[in-house]
Design a protein around this ligand. Structure first.
Ligand SMILES: Cc1cc2nc3c(=O)[nH]c(=O)nc-3n(C[C@H](O)[C@H](O)[C@H](O)COP(=O)(O)O)c2cc1C
Length: 198
């Protein structure tokens, strides 16, 4: 079964560099045998998470985006560095889900002038809180320097890192996906996966 990767673009900027980097990861993922989808939140806006409503069929994209999340085995979060943290768009996306993230592997990409470590750490913390797994490294870069004005990547080392991240996500994401599904199908009690059995 090919790994299914959902890329979540967390910038609302039309010329977003984090979205371009995300697309490179998804294209590379495909070349390593994965199926991919891009969730462009600018095109499919999510309302602010409101605990009073879970209405998927109200024209607010929640149902469609929930289907994408459930479809995915692995998720790549792409965020700009906003005040040393993830964008509100990404945080709001995360707030809409919880148990859906269990057993999925997450990777992180970030545009930042300051290496984006706090941004990726905060995304990692939120995902861990939902029993998702995280790649042990991410990719952060300077959007103005590493892409040209036409949106072409000009930093070869960054391009290599994005492709490596895609390759590792496909390999390790499959291992985690297969183990999680096997644990759910078993009657093993001593696994966190037990709580996700139907
Ligand atoms: C509200 C806001 C806060 C920002 N805060 C930071 C910051 O703390 N550190 C930083 O390096 N860049 C910061 N930036 C710059 C963005 O990270 C940068 O423009 C990035 O390239 C945007 O990503 P995008 O091209 O995917 O939209 C900020 C930008 C905005 C709009």
């Amino acid at each position: 079964m090919p790994l299914k990767i959902l890329g979540v673009a967390g910038s609302m900027r039309e010329t977003s560099r984090s979205t371009l980097a995300l697309q490179i990861i998804l294209d590379a993922g495909k070349s390593f045998g994965a199926e991919t989808r891009l969730l462009h939140i600018r095109k499919y806006p999510l309302p602010f998470y409101d605990p009073n409503r879970r209405d998927g069929a109200d024209g607010h994209n929640i149902g469609r985006i929930t289907q994408d999340v459930n479809w995915a085995d692995a998720i790549v979060l792409a965020s700009p560095d906003y005040h040393g943290s993830m964008s509100g768009t990404i945080k709001n996306f995360l707030d809409h889900f919880w148990s859906e993230f269990a057993g999925k592997t997450f990777a992180y990409v970030c545009t930042s002038h300051e290496r984006g470590l706090t941004v990726m750490d905060q995304m990692r913390t939120a995902v861990r809180q939902c029993y998702g797994w995280s790649m042990p490294y991410g990719a952060s870069f300077n959007g103005d320097q590493d892409f040209d004005v036409n949106g072409h990547i000009v930093n070869i080392a960054l391009e290599r890192r994005l492709k490596m991240l895609a390759r590792d996500l496909v390999i390790y994401g499959k291992i985690i996906r297969d183990q999680f599904l096997s644990d759910i199908a078993s009657d093993e009690v001593a696994t966190f996966a037990a709580r996700y059995r139907g």
